[in-house]
Write a protein that binds this ligand. Sequence first.
Ligand code: NDP
Length: 392
Amino acid sequence: MATVLIIGAGGVGRVVAHKCVQNSQTFDKIILASRTLSKCAAIQKELPQGSIEIAKVDADNVSEVVALIQEVKADILINVALPYQDLTLMDACLEAKIDYLDTANYEHPDEAKFEYKEQWARHEKFKETNLFALLGSGFDPGVTNVFCAYAQKHYFDEIHTIDILDCNGGDHGYPFATNFNPEINLREVSAKGRYWEEGKWIETEPMQVHMPWDYPEIGLKESYLLYHEEMESLVKHIKGLKRIRFFMTFGESYLMHMKALENVGMLGIEAVEHKGQKIIPIEFLATLLPDPAFLGERTKGKTNIGIVAEGVKDGKRKKIYIYQVSDHEKCYAEVKSQAVSYTTGVPAMIGAKLMVEKKWQAHGVYNMEQFEPDFFMEELNIQGLPWKLIEL
Ligand code: NDP
C-alpha cells in the first residue's frame, strides 16, 4: 500500500489517475497535482467520489514540490508533466526522500535535444539515499524497452538488430493536431533522424529514411526513421546489438502541414519580437492547436507499437515481432482518453505498481530494460495492454 503523487493533469495524467484508482489495493491514497487546478478538478469529477485528492503545484519549483510531498506524505512521485520538469522533480524526490518515475527524458526548453545524461548523473545521489528512480515508463520509451528485455531473456542468445515500429492509425478528424503535447511532439519529429549501427550514431535529414510496414490490425503504412530516446539506453543494455532504429508512421496531411509550418518558422523555439512582445513560435502554435487531452472523444482507429528483433539462438538465426494494438474508442470508453495517452499512462501506473510492490527494486537511476521483464509483461495483459508475439 502506498501514497502516490501524480504530477501533471494532461492527457497522460488523466489515464494514470484512472488506472491508479483501478489499482487501489496498491495505491491507497492518490493525489493529482498540476499547474492548473481546474484540470485536476475535471479529472477528479470523472472518478468515484473521494478516490483522489487534488492540489496545485509548480513542478519547476523544487521547494514547492518538496512541501507538497511532505504534506501529503507521498511514497512515490509519478512525473507526467513535461520533460522540462524531470530534473526539478528528481531533485525534489531526493530532498523529500521518495522514489521517482517518469515517461520521457529530460529536455531543456531552449534546446530541442533530449538525452539521459543529466538524469543518469543523479544515479549516485539516488543510490546513496537508498532511493529508486525509474526512467521512461511509458510506451516508447517504456514498454518497447521491456519488449527488448523480454526478447533477450526468452528468445535470443544475442540480439543483432532491433527496429522499434510505432504506428498511430487513428483519425481525429482535424486537418492537423498532435496526439500528445504539441510542443514536445513537434520538436521530436522535426529534428534530424538518428540511428545506431556498429557502435556509432548515424544522422539523417528529418524524414529522409522511410519504409512501408504492414502493421497487424491496421495495414500497410509508410514509416519514417526518427531519433527516439529509448535507443540511448538500449544500446548500453542489449547484448551483442549491432543496429537499432526507430520508425514512426505519419499521414500525408500531417507531413504536409508540418513542412509548411516549419517553412514559415512556426516550429522555432527561439523568441521572436511581435508588436513589442516576445513570442516563441512553437509555444504560440501549441496554443492554436487542439488540446490533445480533448482528442479522445473524436478519435477512431487503432495504434500498434512494437519491436522486431533479429539475432541468434542456439546457433540459428531468429526473428520475432512483439507488438501491442490499442483501440482509440475502447480507451476513451474506459478512461476518457485516446490511445496515445492510454498507452503511456497504463505503463506509468504499472511501473509504479512494480516499484511499490517491490517486484522491481533498486537504489539509483535505472531504465526499464534493466529489470525482470516478465512481471511487467504479465501486468500489461491484466491492465488493458495485451500484447502478441510472432516469429517472422
Ligand atoms: P500535456 O501537455 O497534455 O500535459 C502536461 C501536464 O503537465 C499539463 O497538465 C500541464 O499543466 C502540466 N505541467 C506543465 N508544466 C508544469 C509545471 N511547471 N508544473 C506543474 N504542472 C505542469 O502532456 P501529455 O499528458 O500529453 O504528456 C505528458 C508527458 O508524457 C510528457 O512528458 C510527454 O513527453 C510524455 N509522453 C510519453 C510517451 C511515452 O510513450 N513514453 C508518449 C506520450 C507522452 P497545464 O495544463 O497547466 O499546462
